[in-house]
Design a protein around this ligand. Structure first.
Ligand code: MG
Length: 171
């Protein structure tokens, strides 16, 4: 069944929002590389890839429902942060914004009796609980380090081990 135009438009906007999130996380990765925290950088790169997968999940859904995906272009993400905590707090805030967007999208799909869109979005509702929890945990740890370089390096090691960069040989 073809989608209601309003639902189709909102899904397209969400694809673009997920791609913007991916781009923003990549920018955060670059920031962490610039302050010699490669574990944080790898962790954010992995987040960036995840956001890309989120976009593609909705992309595939839209294509199957005979919708048209339109890319709107990313805006320039923030380039630098005062402290690692500031970057992570910004990431958490962004995820909270995404949760609100998914909630609004779900409400819209419900309003238009689009059950398959609601079913697809259920995955995102669960995912957003995870995302917010993960970022809140990392923020809490970064805050506990309280700017102490040694503690930040310990956390950097932990995060790098959690999401190591794929080796080019794995490709
Ligand atoms: Mg996402």
């Amino acid at each position: 069944m073809k989608m209601n135009p309003e639902v189709a438009e909102a899904l397209n906007a969400q694809i673009n929002a997920e791609l913007q999130a991916s781009y923003t996380y990549l920018s955060m990765a670059a920031y962490f590389d610039s302050v010699a925290l490669p574990g944080f950088a790898a962790w954010f790169r992995s987040q960036s890839l995840e956001e890309n997968e989120h976009a593609m999940r909705i992309y595939d859904f839209v294509v199957k429902r005979e919708g048209r995906v339109v890319l709107e272009g990313n805006s320039k993400p923030k380039e630098s942060y005062n402290t690692p905590e500031t970057a992570i707090a910004a990431a958490l805030e962004m995820e909270q914004g995404v949760t609100a967007q998914i909630n609004a999208l779900f409400a819209l799909a419900k309003e238009h009796d689009d059950y398959s869109a609601q079913h697809m979005l259920n995955w995102f509702l669960d995912e957003q609980i995870e995302e917010e929890d993960v970022f809140a945990t990392v923020l809490d740890k970064a805050r506990a380090a309280d700017g102490n370089r040694w503690f930040l390096l310990e956390l950097d090691k932990e995060l790098g081990a959690e999401r190591p960069l794929p080796s080019p040989d794995d490709a």
